[in-house]
Design a protein around this ligand. Sequence first.
Ligand code: ATP
Length: 517
Amino acid sequence: MNQEELFKKLIAHCKEYGFIFPSSEIYDGLSAVYDYGQYGVELKNNIRRYWWDAMTRLHENIVGIDAAIFMHPTVWKASGHVDAFNDPLIDNKDSRKRYRADNLIEEHLQKIDEKIEKEIEKAAKRFGSSFDEHLYRTTNPKILELSAKGEALRARYVKALEKDDLAELRQIILDEGIVCPVSGTRNWTEVRKFNLMFETKIGSVAEEASTIYLRPETAQGIFVNFLNVQKTGRMKIPFGIAQTGKAFRNEIVARQFIFRMREFEQMEMQFFVKPGEELTWYNFWKEQRMKWHKALGMGDEKYRFHDHDKLAHYANAACDIEFHFPFGFKEVEGIHSRTDFDLGNHQKYSGKKLQYFDPDLNQSYVPYVIETSIGLDRMFLSVISNAYTEEKIVKEDGTEDERVVLRIPPVIAPVQIAVLPLVKKDGLPEKAREIISRLRFEYNCQYDEKDSIGRRYRRQDAIGTPYCITIDHQTLADNTVTIRYRDSMDQERIPVDNLETIISEKLSMKNLLKKLL
Ligand code: ATP
């Protein structure tokens, strides 16, 4: 099964098992807007909690806020979003499909990189243990030609972005022979700019109404509250403010399920530092954030840093953490050194001082900012796409069967423990409920008595429940239960009193957070 088919199956699975539904589905949905179902919301909340606790509990100099979605319209002038939050769009005249010109070129660049890697792989196989990758990369004519082509194109592309040269972006698409994936033709329109902010009106009287925006990022709510938090929390630099919440972007091309949505959720932290110290802190946060991702145990090789080709005009360093999604390595989080751009501009536009008095230097300054910004929905997609596994299994009677299992990291699984009475009588349901009543304060538990035990296990596998606990008649006699492990499907008989020790090792957020220290 190729990655595309697998991704389609994942989307269907998310719907079938109550993770994600298309928005307003009975009206045929709304493009790039999704609702989280009963299991989706649990997983999402768990990811958010992992992020929130890692930020605000593990760092005594980071506090959280929850700012409103609506903000004064001048905020978006000061932030640059009114004038510059644009994407370059291009249409294919034959398919009438719309694309982001920058994405088309970046995907083309990625294909060149992939070609190089394929050549290397082929050579590695051919030469076996005597293969010297470095030598091959630096001497093989085909590799050298491809690398030179990629580099020249990247340079041309970055220059066009820096100059905001839309005609040149189009020319690159034409020169490189980039075709529309749907029609397969090169019949492109001009490249145009498109502002991504949603507008609405505030106030009930039309004449007095003024245009406001749905925030396209949560960060500005932090900047405008910088002094409120600093003063009321008596924060000393360096310190950070964290926030999670909805953001809205009228994305031109909304594809790939919840990877690019028009309404989504961000988890952002702005860290305020002394000017001149920003690059040290930038590197600190790069490392911290990578650690946070890797601690979930989804595979270190699934992550990589990607430095930005083009820095935003206000940034002096920026990179993405990319995750290996079924459609390739893509950004899941951005880490940016934003200088004093945001606070400086808010100071200018509002006429209010946004400075910090540094008692050590006996001087005031506008702090510099390091931002870590991760999409909660994208993080969700990385977890669930990595978790989705189809497996062939051999049943006890020797026949073959298949199962779909979500190998979600146990600590963030939507249901962590399923408690299953073998039969619906003889006091087994009561015993099962008694066990749940002990565990539910710490773990999300589910009771299920319907269907055969095998089918119940399958259902729990399909939603990613790491532990199933089965109650049978022996439980009543000696207070032992069977614990079944999701990933290995192994079963073990254990005393009820040992349950908490066994499950808490994998399910406790505390153990996960400890890995970050
Ligand atoms: P992209 O290049 O993919 O459009 P971006 O660089 O504009 O993303 P940022 O503005 O840095 O993204 O936003 C920070 C994070 O918010 C991203 O890393 C991503 O995880 C998330 N994010 C941004 N746009 C969307 C979207 N439309 N849908 C879901 N998540 C998003």
